[in-house]
Design a binder for this molecule. Structure first.
Ligand code: ZN
Length: 258
């Protein structure tokens, strides 16, 4: 299966310059976790941007020009094979950051990052990020911590992609997406989810129909609605619960460090 074509997504539009007043609503958890003194350094270096669905924020094996702190929405983190096939290996939203390899000195992206659910967020150039990291130790620490959180998720999803059935993967994916968008209804095309799960569109259609027949979701005209959250959790493979359990354990480790 061919992956999402390079450069075909909508362009990210910069809505307005953040003047660093601190008045802009910040929903990103990494930014909310740094002291005001660091935020005051960071905000003038960033721009508020709109991220439409299918926008490509980073491209695999290409230089990273900008990094992103999302205030919401969902971005798929996708591994691209040399033959062009691709598969999702992680999801991120307001809890995370896009462009992680920059914090360890690598400015070539390992992954393609594609917006699944439109959002707004903060965009910062690589040069600006590198300049502020030197004076923002809490930000740098939090980015490293998020890197570990993303690794926890990525390891589990790698196994999930190989070992679990499409309907269980789809259930897991829907739960993870709902966690990030904070509502039970969100846009979703079967074509897109087939790319994410690395499976045929027909398989996704069968899986979505099965979940719908069980009363767990409804799916009409590119909009999915989760009707029975607890039922969907039971329908999911172990991966959804395992990721949350591991992240919770990691959070307890961090509490002991601070
Ligand atoms: Zn799984």
């Amino acid at each position: 299966m061919a992956g999402i074509a390079r450069g075909t997504g909508p362009k990210v539009s910069v809505k307005r310059q953040n003047a660093g007043s601190g008045q802009q609503s910040i929903e990103n958890e990494i930014l909310r976790g740094i002291p005001t003194s660091e935020l005051d350094v960071l905000l003038p270096k960033m721009e508020i941007s709109a991220f439409p669905a299918r926008a490509v924020l980073t491209e695999a094996a290409k230089p990273i020009e900008n990094c992103y702190f999302l205030n919401g929405g969902v971005v798929s983190i996708i591994h691209v094979m040399t033959d062009g096939r691709s598969i999702e290996v992680g999801l991120t939203g307001s809890e995370g950051f896009i462009g992680l390899s920059v914090i360890v000195g690598c400015e070539i992206s390992l992954v393609r990052s594609v917006v699944q659910i439109a959002a707004t967020g903060h965009r910062i150039s690589v040069e600006n990020l590198k300049s502020v990291l030197q004076t923002c130790p809490v930000l740098e620490r939090n980015l490293h911590r998020y890197s570990q959180e993303l690794s926890i998720q990525t390891i589990q999803i790698a196994a999930c992609n190989r070992l679990h059935s499409v309907d269980k993967q789809l259930s897991r994916w829907l739960l993870m997406t709902q966690d990030r968008v904070g509502k039970s209804s969100f846009p979703l095309t079967q074509d897109f989810i087939s790319h994410m799960l690395g499976t045929r569109r027909a398989s996704v259609s069968v899986a979505a129909s099965a979940l719908q027949k069980r009363g767990l979701i409804t799916y009409t005209r590119g909009q999915v609605t989760i009707q029975n959250r607890s039922g969907l959790e039971q329908a999911s493979c172990e991966c959804y619960g395992e990721i949350n359990k591991l992240l919770e354990a990691w959070g307890k480790v961090l509490q002991l460090q601070t």
